[in-house]
Design a binder for this molecule. Structure first.
Ligand code: 5GP
Length: 197
C-alpha cells in the first residue's frame, strides 16, 4: 500500500475528536478524506451506511478478519467491533487524498506503527473524566450502562497519550480547532490559510 498521508485523531469517546475531524474535512487545502470504518454496533440516530460507518453484524465482521481485509481492527467495547478496511485506505489514496481517521487509541497506534513516516497521530485530551461524563450524558445517544463503559475505558486511554506524535487539549473548542488545523497543515506541507465554520 502506497499513497498520501494518514492523519489519526484518537481520544476517549466524548472528547470532541469527531468535531475536530469534521472541521478539518472542511479545510479544502488539506485535501483530506474521511476513512469510513467498519463497525458491528447498532446504528445511532441519523448515522448513514457508508458515510459514518459500514455497518455489519458480528459474523460479517469476523469474516473480514478471517479474509485479512483489515489494516487494523479492535473489539472496542464487548461485541462492538470496529476496523479500518484496507480497501478504504486504498480507495482514498487512489483518489489522491490524505486520509483522516477517527479511531480508538489502540487502532490509531497500530496504524502509526505500520506507516510511521506517513502518519501523524494526534491524541485529543478532554478537560477531565468528569467533564467527559457530562458531555456523554448531554449527547444522550447511549444508555447509562454504555456511558459507564465508555467512562471506564477513558482512564486507560488517557494513559496512552504520550505514545502519540501530538496531544491537543480540548478545553476550549475554538483553540483546539485552530491548533489542529495548523498541526495538520504543517504535516501535509501546506499553509493553514482558510478558515470556515
Ligand atoms: P462510536 O461508537 O462512538 O462511533 O465509536 C467508538 C469508538 O470506536 C471511538 O473511540 C471510535 O474512534 C472508535 N473507532 C471507530 N472506528 C474505528 C476503527 O476503524 N478502528 C478502531 N480501532 N477504532 C475505531
Amino acid at each position: 500500500m502506497k499513497g498520501g498521508k494518514l492523519i489519526i485523531f484518537s481520544a476517549p469517546s466524548g472528547s470532541g475528536k469527531t468535531t475536530i475531524v469534521h472541521y478539518l474535512l472542511k479545510q479544502a487545502e488539506l485535501n483530506l478524506a474521511f476513512s469510513v470504518s467498519a463497525a458491528s454496533r447498532a446504528r445511532r440516530g441519523k448515522e448513514k451506511e457508508g458515510q459514518h460507518y459500514y455497518f455489519m453484524n458480528v459474523s460479517e465482521f469476523k469474516n473480514h478478519i478471517k479474509q485479512d481485509d483489515f489494516l487494523e481492527w479492535e473489539e472496542v467495547y464487548r461485541d462492538n467491533f470496529y476496523g479500518t478496511l484496507k480497501s478504504e485506505v486504498e480507495r482514498l489514496w487512489a483518489e489522491g487524498k490524505n486520509v483522516i481517521f477517527d479511531i480508538d487509541v489502540v487502532g490509531g497506534l497500530r496504524i502509526k506503527k505500520k506507516f510511521p513516516k506517513e502518519t501523524l497521530a494526534v491524541f485529543v485530551k478532554p478537560p477531565s473524566v468528569d467533564e467527559l461524563k457530562i458531555r456523554l450524558k448531554k449527547r444522550s445517544t447511549e444508555s447509562e450502562d454504555k456511558i459507564n463503559m465508555r467512562i471506564a475505558k477513558a482512564s486507560v486511554e488517557l494513559a496512552t497519550s504520550p505514545q502519540f506524535d501530538k496531544v491537543i487539549k480540548n478545553y476550549d473548542l475554538d483553540t483546539a480547532l485552530e491548533e489542529a488545523h495548523k498541526m495538520v497543515a504543517d504535516f501535509v506541507g501546506v499553509s493553514a490559510s482558510k478558515k470556515e465554520d
